[in-house]
Design a protein around this ligand. Structure first.
Ligand code: B12
Ligand code: SF4
Length: 543
């Protein structure tokens, strides 16, 4: 027998449900995205600081199931494929083995059961536990569905996992801990509490060597650059706002905790030097809560030859010319605005986003265009309390706001959000099972609207605004428009609108052959699908 090995394994399930994994059931179906799982990397980086001699593995099924062929096979043979892949990490010399399942998206819910079951088959004595948004907020349901899961950690995992590893009496520790949930504790009406690291600098610079860095693609805004090496970074945790559809506080809390500026600079340098990153993607929930820090960082970034993307939308209420100019100088090219609704009453009373005023939004878009930004707008429709007339107001706003690109999401009841509670309480949920609430499929039915109506509004608004009436095409920025359509063609190759309008752009740029080829593909796609055929005809497009 060889030397005994202690293993710290983290498993990331596919972030989309089996149903959505192949083909495109929906026009904007979510496919697997290759984004570095920062939560798991952060936990492993932190634990490694104390247990350097352990072996660390982050097993990310979003990377393993890279190709359409792999995903098809996975849908047919899920358990066996999980088993075959996880078995690779087994050795007869394994001593202590900790297996943490990271489930941050609703769609991962059913995988917690299968993965914990398979892991138990492979490692009879391992400690198998889960964490992330799904088990933290749906712990009763998770335990019910996953009999081999031993414990769930509520909220952020770094400190609780360290404490578990340091405890000499593990069972007793799990019984006493306020953030660890077990089946036994739930019998006694136990309510878990967060156990935060208050100083984020205690987590070392994220160790991306724990994942296959080069396999992740991770940048969010495809509009202005083609060749990108990007890394995700997060400089703060927590958000003080109360948007009804958001669950972030259920993990990270409402009080904002920060990394020090020195530390942020260190992280940026490491990303640039070690991983040759030319684009940093900032994932903070709300980077702009403390403006002094935000300005200091933007000013530092001015000297760097690096682009920045803010993935989580800019807060509109902060947008003035000073900030816009500083963002520009710091290397930001795309401004994505969290507008959410085009109806002020919905913003104020339904979403609890009264600090966003629609007149500010229009002004911000104008200023951003003036300084040459690519401006995106994010909207959510279909919330309980929204009337049909208000939905129309939002649609009208979206169509006339002058945005380069819009994303319109169906409200999705994420466990941990106020929206989830409202939907549960009023029986507004049209589908059963957390994995069904995926932002692409509407599942809220109120006295005012049906899920089908919301999906129809969503689809038609997006098709009109992003394609038929595309802002860049109207302004003869054909190259910019083309890059975006190209991105859609790659990520959703069933969408004939992307091919048709890419063809239009190619033609305008003098590539007639390209135009014909793209339009031929559009025609083939339409020919294959009654739904696309109807939509193309609805907008009067001749193919
Ligand atoms: C980055 C990000 C993404 C990235 C992917 C991230 C990834 N691969 O991990 C991308 C761009 C793919 C993404 C997409 C989407 N996202 Co997103 N995303 C985020 C964001 C902003 C940050 C996540 C993150 O890395 N946080 C930093 C790390 C440190 O925190 P963490 O991941 O939560 O991990 C901590 C804890 O959860 C816990 N933990 C995590 N894993 C484990 C495991 C164990 C064993 C333990 C004990 C603890 C533990 O400890 C970690 C460290 O403290 C969060 C919001 C947020 N503030 O967290 C939303 C969030 C996760 N996203 C959300 C949503 C809704 C989406 C989309 C549906 C949006 C959309 N409309 O398209 C899509 C769907 C994704 C898909 N199906 O592929 C929701 C998730 C809700 C849900 N339950 O489904 C969130 C919470 C935002 C919100 N509005 O509330 N997202
Ligand atoms: S959506 Fe953004 S601003 Fe609103 S509460 Fe969530 S993290 Fe904060």
């Amino acid at each position: 027998m060889g030397e005994r090995v202690n293993k710290f394994l983290m498993v990331i399930p596919p972030n989309v449900s089996l149903e959505m994994m192949v083909g495109s059931k929906k026009q904007f179906a979510t496919k697997l995205r290759k984004e570095i799982p920062m939560g798991a990397v952060s936990i492993a980086t932190y634990i490694k600081k104390f247990y350097g001699e352990w072996q660390y593995q982050i097993i990310d099924f979003n990377i393993i199931l890279d190709k359409e062929k792999d995903r098809k096979e996975f849908c047919k043979n899920t358990k066996q494929i999980l088993l075959d892949n996880l078995k690779k990490y087994y050795s007869k010399d394994d001593e202590d083995v900790l297996i943490g399942i990271s489930a941050i998206f609703n769609a991962t819910f059913p995988y917690i059961n299968i993965i914990s079951r398979v892991c138990r088959e492979i490692w009879h004595d391992a400690f198998i536990y889960a964490g992330g948004f799904v088990p933290s907020n749906l712990y009763k349901e998770t335990f019910e569905s996953a009999p081999f899961l031993q414990a769930i950690n509520y909220g952020e995992g770094e400190l609780p996992i360290l404490k578990y590893m340091q405890a000499s009496e593990k069972e007793e520790f799990l019984r006493e801990s306020e953030s660890w949930i077990t089946r036994e504790k739930l019998q006694q009406d136990f309510e878990p509490k967060h156990d935060f690291l208050h100083d984020l600098d205690e987590i070392p610079t994220l160790d991306y060597s724990l994942v296959e860095f080069e396999k992740y693609s991770g940048h969010v805004h495809a509009q202005t650059m083609r060749r990108v090496i990007s890394a995700p970074l997060m400089f703060s945790r927590g958000c003080p706002f109360n948007c009804c559809f958001c669950a972030s506080h259920s993990i990270h809390g409402k009080k904002v905790r920060y990394n020090s500026l020195d530390r942020i600079i260190e992280d940026i340098k490491a990303a640039k030097e070690k991983y040759k990153v030319n684009t940093l993607v900032v994932w903070d929930d709300n980077f702009f809560v403390d403006m002094n820090r935000a300005y200091a960082l933007l000013d530092y970034c001015e000297q760097l030859d690096i682009k920045f993307e803010f993935a989580n939308s800019f807060p509109v209420y902060r947008m003035d010319e000073n900030l816009i100019m500083r963002l520009k100088r710091a290397g930001v090219e795309v401004a994505s605005l969290a507008i959410e609704s085009g109806c002020q009453r919905v913003l104020n009373e339904v979403m609890h986003k009264g600090h966003v005023k629609l007149e500010m939004v229009r002004k911000a878009i104008e200023l951003l265009h003036k300084h040459g930004f690519y401006v995106k707008g994010m909207f959510v429709i279909g919330l309980p309390g929204e009337t049909k007339a208000e939905l129309e107001e939002t649609v009208e706003f979206i169509k006339t706001a002058g945005l380069n690109w819009v994303d319109v999401f169906s409200a999705s009841p994420i466990a941990g959000s106020e929206l989830y509670e409202i939907c549960k309480k009023n029986n507004y949920l049209d589908a059963d099972g957390a994995e069904k609430y995926d932002f692409y499929t509407s599942c809220i039915r109120t006295e005012e609207f049906t899920p089908e109506e919301i999906e129809k509004i969503q689809l038609e608004t997006v098709l009109f605004t992003d394609y038929v009436n595309n802002w860049d095409m109207k302004n003869e920025n054909y190259q910019t428009a083309y890059i975006n359509f190209e991105y859609v063609m790659k990520s959703n190759p069933d969408n004939p609108f992307a091919f048709y309008f890419a063809g239009e752009c190619a033609g305008k740029m003098g590539d007639i052959e390209g135009e014909n080829a793209l339009k031929r593909t559009a025609a083939e796609l339409v020919h294959r699908s009654v739904k696309w055929d109807e939509l193309i005809k609805m907008f009067g497009i001749q193919l």
